[in-house]
Design a protein around this ligand. Structure first.
Ligand code: ADP
Ligand code: MG
Length: 718
C-alpha cells in the first residue's frame, strides 16, 4: 500500500482554492479567451463583420481585404490579452493536435519592432508536412502541406498564443487531418437532411447540423509515482503490476466525494475550459479508484471535437501543475475498469429544432420517426464502419471485456419505443396505454417517458430520449473519427429516403411504407437486453450481426468496396484518402504494440532482473550466515529463493521469446500480416512475460521492487 517513506506526499500551496474561486465572476470569465461572435461584433467594422458572418454561415469565399481587417482586430485583441504568438492549430493523423508558434513581431526599420498579423497569415499556413503521417499520400518531394482557417470554429488563446483552428491538407488538396473529413461529413448530412425537411414542408432551415456532447473519462495519479513507471510514461498504460488487495469491488468510488487534490484540479480545469468557451458542466468520480469523468454541454460537432481535444490537453497540463498525472489511455490498469468516451449525438436544424426529438403533433412525430429509422438503418448497414471508428490497440483492451460495450454493434431503443415500432410494422394496435392503430402523419405518438426505467448502460448505441449515445469510443481518441462515420452513414440513409420520397405521389403513404419497410429490414440491429452476456454473443451471431473482436479484424472493413463507394459518393474521403487512412491506422496499431514490447523488455532487463538478483543475493547471504551458525530454521529463505529462482529462469525464457517475436515481425510482408502478427505473436509473448513479472512482484521484497505497485498508483492521490 501507500508508503510515505518511498513517495513523500506532494505539498500543495496553502491557500483556500474555494474562496479564490467563489470570488470570480463566471459569466464574465466564460469565453474570455475566445475571439467569438460577441468580440467580432464589438471589434470589427459593421460591413466586415457582415461579410465574415456570411462566410461562416454560408461558406462563401473570404475576400483578402476582409481577412486583413479580421486578422488585425484579432491580433489587437490577443495582444491585449497578453498573447505574443500565433499558431495554426490543427489535428493531424497522430490523434493529437499540432501547432507551430510564430511571434507577431515584425521589424519596423528603426531597430524596433511592431506587432503584426496579416490576413494571409490568418487564412493559410504552410507547415512542413513531411513529419506527419500521410499514409503515402504526400510524396517526399512534395513535403509541403498547408493549413486553412476553419472559420466555423473560433480562435482562442492558450499559453500566450493565439490559436487558429485549421484544416490540414496536402499540397494537392488531400486531407491529412481529422477536421477536414469531419466538416465534409457535416456538409453531406446537411445536404441530405435538408432534402427530407423540404419534403416535410420546412422552408426555413438553411442548414442541418449534428450536435455532440462527449463525456470524457480519465485517471489521476500522483506525478512522482507516474515518473517512476516507464511503462506509463512511454505507453500510457501499465505493462506490469500484480493485482492490488483492493480494486473496485466495493463500488465505493463511483460518485464518491472528491479528494481535495482532485477537487482543486477539477476546479482549475473547469475555470480554464470556461475561459476557452467550453461548456464544462458535470464532473464526478467514476467506478475505478482514481478514475473520474467530465461532461460538457453539447454543441456543434465540429466545435465539440475541437473542444474535446482542448479538454484532453488541458487535463494533462493542469494535472501537471497539481503534482498529478492524467492518464487518458483506455486501459491504464489491468483488472480495473478502463476509460471510454460517450459520444452523445443528435441532429438539429440551424433554427434549433432537434430532429431526434419526438415532438407533439402527428406531423412532428412522422418526421421524428423517419430520422429515427434513418439512424437505425445506417447503424445496421454500416455496423462495420462504426466498429472501425472506435478501433485502436488501446480500445481493444475494453471492447468485449465486461466493462464496456461489446465489439458487437446494436441499437437500444427501450421497450416502449420498440413496441411502437413493432406496432407500426405489424399494423396491429399499439397496446401499452392507448389502444389504437398507428398511422404515420395522422396519429400522434403515445407519450413515452424520455428515459425508461432501464438506462441500459451496456448498449453500445442507445437512444436516450432525444439523442443517441454512442458508447464504444476509447478515452484517448479524437471524437472526429466516430462522428465522421455517424454523419456519413446517416446522410446515406436520408439520401436513399429522399430519392424515393421525391419521386413519390402520396407523401404520407410513401412515408408510412418507407418506415415500415426499414423496420422490417433492420430490426435485427435493435437489442434492449444486457449486451454483456454470452447469450447475446450467440443471439447476435444468429441475427447475422458482425462481431469484429479486434482492430485487426475491424480495420480492413474500411477499405471494402461498399464503404469506398459510400465515402466517395458523399465526398467525405477520396479513394486515395481512404487507403492512406487505412495504412496509417494499421501502422499505428503495430507501432503501439511494438513500443509496448520494447518498453517491457527495457524494464525487465534494466529493472526487474537486477532487482531479482539483488534480492536473491541478500537472501543467499542470509542463508549462508544462518547455515554457518548451524542452528537456524532456513525454510523461509529457501522458499523465497527457490520461487524467485524458478520464476527468474521463466522470466529469461519469456523475455527471449518476446525479443524473437519482435525480430520475426520484420519478416511480415504487408501491413495486415504485420498487424496480425503483432496481435497474435507479439502481444501473446507480452502477456506471458507479464504473468511471470506479476508473480515475481509477490515474492520480491517491496524495497527491492523497482516499480510503484498498483495499490500505490491507484491510491496515490490522498
Ligand atoms: P447522462 O447520459 O450521464 O445521463 P445526459 O443525458 O444529461 O447525461 O447528457 C449527457 C450528454 O449528452 C451531455 O454532454 C449533454 O450535453 C449531451 N446532450 C444532451 N442533449 C444533446 C443533443 N441534443 N445533442 C448532443 N448531445 C446532447
Ligand atoms: Mg451518458
Amino acid at each position: 500500500m501507500w508508503d510515505e517513506r518511498r513517495y513523500p506526499a506532494v505539498r500543495l500551496p496553502e491557500w483556500n482554492y474555494c474562496e479564490v474561486f467563489m470570488m470570480k465572476d463566471i459569466p464574465k470569465l466564460f469565453g474570455s479567451l475566445v475571439f467569438n461572435d460577441t468580440v467580432m461584433q464589438e471589434r470589427l467594422p459593421k460591413d466586415i463583420y457582415r461579410d465574415l458572418k456570411k462566410t461562416i454561415q454560408q461558406g462563401t469565399h473570404l475576400e483578402h481585404d476582409v481577412a486583413n481587417v479580421v486578422a488585425n482586430a484579432m491580433k489587437d485583441w490577443a495582444v491585449e490579452k497578453g498573447a505574443t504568438h500565433f499558431t495554426h492549430w490543427f489535428q493531424p493523423m497522430t490523434g493529437i493536435t499540432a501547432q507551430k508558434h510564430d511571434s507577431f513581431i515584425s521589424p519596423s526599420g528603426d531597430g524596433k519592432i511592431i506587432m503584426e498579423f496579416s490576413g494571409k497569415e490568418l487564412v493559410r499556413g504552410e507547415p512542413d508536412a513531411s513529419s506527419f503521417p500521410s499514409g503515402g499520400l504526400r510524396a517526399t518531394f512534395e513535403a509541403r502541406g498547408y493549413t486553412v482557417w476553419d472559420i466555423t470554429s473560433y480562435a482562442f488563446i492558450t499559453d500566450g498564443t493565439l490559436c487558429i483552428p485549421t484544416a490540414f491538407c496536402s499540397y494537392s488538396g488531400e486531407a491529412l487531418d481529422k477536421k477536414t473529413p469531419l466538416l465534409r461529413s457535416m456538409q453531406a448530412l446537411s445536404t441530405q437532411a435538408l432534402r427530407i425537411l423540404k419534403l416535410f414542408g420546412n422552408a426555413s432551415a438553411q442548414r442541418v447540423i449534428t450536435t455532440v456532447g462527449p463525456e470524457q473519462e480519465y485517471f489521476l495519479i500522483d506525478k512522482e509515482m507516474y515518473l517512476k513507471r516507464p511503462d506509463l510514461v512511454y505507453t500510457g498504460r501499465t505493462l506490469f503490476g500484480a493485482r492490488p488487495p483492493k480494486g473496485q469491488e466495493l463500488d465505493d468510488h463511483y460518485f464518491g466525494s472528491l479528494k481535495p487534490r482532485v477537487s482543486a484540479f477539477m476546479r482549475e480545469l473547469e475555470e480554464e475550459l470556461w475561459k476557452l468557451g467550453v461548456y464544462a458542466k458535470t464532473k464526478h468520480n467514476e467506478v475505478a479508484p482514481a478514475q473520474h469523468e467530465l461532461a460538457p454541454i453539447f454543441t456543434t460537432t465540429n466545435i465539440a471535437s475541437d473542444h474535446n481535444q482542448l479538454t484532453m490537453e488541458l487535463m494533462k497540463s493542469i494535472a501537471n501543475r497539481h503534482g498529478l498525472a492524467c492518464l487518458l489511455h483506455e486501459k491504464p490498469f489491468a483488472g480495473v475498469n478502463g476509460s471510454g468516451k460517450h459520444n452523445n449525438w443528435s441532429i438539429s436544424t440551424d433554427t434549433g429544432i432537434n430532429l431526434l426529438e419526438p415532438g407533439e403533433t402527428p406531423h412532428e412525430n412522422a418526421q421524428f420517426l423517419l430520422f429515427l429509422v434513418a439512424v437505425i438503418k445506417a447503424v445496421d448497414d454500416y455496423q462495420d464502419l462504426l466498429r472501425v471508428s472506435v478501433a485502436s490497440a488501446g480500445n481493444d483492451h475494453r471492447l468485449g471485456a465486461n466493462e464496456a460495450p461489446p465489439a458487437i454493434v446494436s441499437v437500444f431503443l427501450g421497450d416502449e419505443l420498440t413496441e411502437i415500432l413493432e406496432a407500426l410494422e405489424s399494423g396491429a394496435d399499439y397496446h401499452n396505454k392507448e389502444k389504437h392503430q398507428m398511422e404515420i402523419g395522422v396519429t400522434a405518438l403515445p407519450h413515452f417517458p424520455k428515459d425508461t426505467t432501464d438506462r441500459n448502460r451496456t448498449s453500445p448505441f442507445a437512444f436516450t430520449g432525444n439523442k443517441f449515445e454512442f458508447r464504444m469510443l476509447g478515452s484517448t481518441v479524437s471524437i472526429a473519427g466516430a462522428n465522421i462515420i455517424l454523419n456519413t452513414i446517416v446522410a446515406e440513409s436520408l439520401c436513399r429516403y429522399a430519392d424515393i420520397l421525391e419521386k413519390g405521389t402520396s407523401f404520407n403513404d410513401d412515408l408510412h411504407a418507407l418506415i415500415v419497410d426499414t423496420i422490417k429490414q433492420h430490426k435485427r440491429i435493435i437489442f434492449n437486453g444486457n449486451n454483456y452476456t454470452d447469450e447475446w454473443v450467440i443471439e447476435a451471431e444468429k441475427r447475422g450481426l458482425l462481431n469484429l473482436k479486434t482492430t485487426v479484424e475491424a480495420r480492413p472493413k474500411f477499405i471494402e468496396p461498399k464503404n469506398i463507394a459510400l465515402f466517395t459518393k458523399h465526398k467525405v474521403y477520396t479513394e486515395a484518402e481512404i487507403h492512406s487512412r487505412y495504412e496509417i491506422q494499421m501502422e499505428s496499431y503495430c507501432k503501439t504494440i511494438h513500443i509496448e514490447a520494447l518498453t517491457m523488455i527495457d524494464i525487465v532487463k534494466g529493472e526487474i532482473m537486477p532487482a531479482c538478483i539483488d534480492y536473491q543475493n541478500e537472501l543467499a547471504e542470509l542463508l549462508g550466515r544462518k547455515k554457518a551458525c548451524g542452528e537456524y530454521d532456513v525454510s523461509l529463505e529457501e522458499h523465497l529463493l527457490s520461487n524467485i529462482a524458478r520464476l527468474s529462469s521463466c522470466l529469461l525464457k519469456k523475455l527471449i521469446a518476446l525479443e524473437n517475436a519482435i525480430l520475426e515481425s520484420k519478416e511480415q510482408q504487408n501491413v495486415l500480416a504485420r498487424a496480425r502478427f503483432y496481435r497474435d505473436k507479439v502481444f501473446g509473448a507480452m502477456s506471458e512475460l507479464r504473468l511471470i513479472v506479476d508473480e515475481l512482484e509477490t515474492f520480491v521484497a517491496r524495497k527491492h521492487w523497482p516499480l510503484p505497485t498498483y495499490a500505490e498508483l491507484l491510491y496515490s492521490v490522498v
